[in-house]
Design a protein around this ligand. Sequence first.
Ligand SMILES: NC(=O)c1ccc[n+]([C@@H]2O[C@H](COP(=O)([O-])OP(=O)(O)OC[C@H]3O[C@@H](n4cnc5c(N)ncnc54)[C@H](O)[C@@H]3O)[C@@H](O)[C@H]2O)c1
Length: 336
Amino acid sequence: MSRILLTGAAGFIGHHVTAALLARGEQVLGVDNLNDYYDVSLKQARMARLQTLPGYQGFNFAQLDLRDAEKTAAMFAQYQPELVIHLAAQAGVRHSLQAPLSYVDNNLLAFTNILEGCRHGSIKHLVYASSSSVYGGNTKLPFSEQNVVDHPVSLYAATKKANELMAHTYSHLYQFPTTGLRFFTVYGPWGRPDMSPFLFADAILNGRAIKVFNHGKMLRDFTYIDDIVQGVLKVLDKPATPLTSTAPYRIFNIGNSQPAPLLDFIALLEQHLGKTAPKEFLPMQAGDVPATYADTAALEAWVGFRPQTPLASGLQRFCDWYQDYYATTQPQLAHA
Ligand SMILES: NC(=O)c1ccc[n+]([C@@H]2O[C@H](COP(=O)([O-])OP(=O)(O)OC[C@H]3O[C@@H](n4cnc5c(N)ncnc54)[C@H](O)[C@@H]3O)[C@@H](O)[C@H]2O)c1
């Protein structure tokens, strides 16, 4: 049993990772500032759900803004985590065109505060969220960790790549292991209202047109949340060792490796929800990429695991949850 600090605990991925850690009997301090980038009541409902799950007695929560260097340092000093899972961030590619400073503050400044906390503590391993978006304008598929990622096409992607560089620096200077996970479009129950499964489900159920960007010529490597959780836990349990430099530093893709055409994805949602929606075909959006496709050989070689939930069964579980959760209320799709 370890003392684990998990940031972004009220978020989509953080919630599920917290639940899995508690189920295996860990002590977890969850941190989140519960910001209103999207519906705060969904974040609160995720937190409330934890109370009903096995292992909840191992959980503590601190509402804290990681942009605050002093408070973050005090939290590290008081809790003295051995393992850190940093998932808090300003997420969302499209929103980064509207609110760039939020990405600088929450993804660069807050991450520096996390690295400083790790530097001054006795950290055995820091695992943090990067993103498939770092591959940006790369055209070689599937995306491999060995590819150069110097072509971000959104500030969000640039902050995630910067996080990887910053983590390497701290791993080198202070010799604590860091592992960055490049998540590929994560979906599932308790998901994020600004992401396509939510937006499309809402449009389908309410008879509104679905906005189909790049005229539908998009491929997305949708990755089911339970696979992401398993991957995070397996990686957490195996601290990074040096590979491409002398620093104990690793980067892994974590994706389904089965990219789906956008129109197939929409058709599956329509099938599960028992309704179809009109489509509005639109050009590519700024900041977006036409295809994502994860090469997960490195992850599999490292921890013997790769995501494998088929899209059809993962989406079925998402739709079941969505219809149950929003049976009596309408989702708030802020920042759509
Ligand atoms: N969901 C995906 O498909 C996906 C894909 C690639 C990468 N990621 C990354 O994975 C991580 C988790 O994503 P998610 O989908 O769960 O997003 P999310 O927005 O649901 O969760 C992030 C949480 O972090 C909290 N947070 C943000 N800034 C904070 C701050 N300054 N201090 C404290 N808390 C703060 C938010 O309140 C939120 O609850 C993020 O780093 C995201 O960039 C997600």
